[in-house]
Design a protein around this ligand. Structure first.
Ligand SMILES: C[S@@+](CC[C@H](N)C(=O)[O-])C[C@H]1O[C@@H](n2cnc3c(N)ncnc32)[C@H](O)[C@@H]1O
Length: 195
């Protein structure tokens, strides 16, 4: 196996000694975005096995900013490959807030507004319907907030989401100058910014 393939391979991905769904390149990239834009909070919609949540909540703790994660926990968590309890314990110790419930519920919307409406931050849209998350949830956040639409189109066959799914560009737009298209980080991420 080539070094590049090994680095991107799912079975090679570890974070704090445990399996993580995101590639390390993606995590590094998110961290650079957080640092580059004076991010004052981190929100993750769709936490999965919560390894990424352990990462984001630790980053938030180190920066002294809030982390909010939302998931109904009815998704694709795969024990024993991923260690949900251990990752949630990390989030708890890092003082992150976990909201268990539907991402579009009134409670979720209120929580996102409470954390994100007044100051710019970073939101990862990685739940069930990413275009809808970007349009309805990320656009609640303060102008200038950086938005990631995860699992954007990688190949024409894989993943449903494309730039054409973002119909209402009055609320979010592609981040400039770095990215006018999705960026490939083992999976693809659309990088946007709230207008
Ligand atoms: C791909 S996983 C998230 C992975 C995680 N962000 C990571 O990078 O490791 C998608 C998650 O979205 C959650 N999800 C999907 N639809 C949802 C909804 N309507 N409300 C809340 N959570 C939802 C699922 O439960 C699942 O855990």
């Amino acid at each position: 196996m080539s070094m590049q393939r090994w680095l991107y391979h799912k079975r090679s991905r570890r974070l704090y000694g445990d399996n993580v769904q995101q590639s390390h390149v993606a995590l590094w990239f998110y961290e650079q975005l957080v640092h580059a834009h004076g991010t004052e909070w981190i929100i993750e919609v769709g936490m999965g096995c919560c390894a990424s949540s352990a990462y984001f909540s630790t980053l938030a703790f180190c920066k002294g900013i809030p982390y909010l994660g939302i998931d109904d926990f009815e998704g694709d968590y795969q024990p024993p490959v991923y260690n949900l309890d251990r990752n949630l314990e990390v989030v708890k110790r890092m003082e992150g807030r976990v909201l268990k419930g539907d991402e579009f519920s009134a409670e979720s919307i209120a929580a996102i507004k409470e954390v994100g409406a007044d100051r710019p931050g970073f939101v990862l849209c990685d739940g069930g319907d990413k275009p809808k998350e970007i349009m309805e949830l990320a656009s609640l956040c303060c102008p200038g907030s950086v938005v990631i639409g995860h699992d954007w189109r990688l190949t024409p066959e894989k993943y449903s989401w494309t730039d054409d799914d973002l119909t209402d560009r009055s609320k979010v737009d592609f981040y400039e100058p770095w990215h006018s298209k999705s960026v490939e980080l083992a999976t693809c991420s659309a990088v946007l910014r709230v207008k």
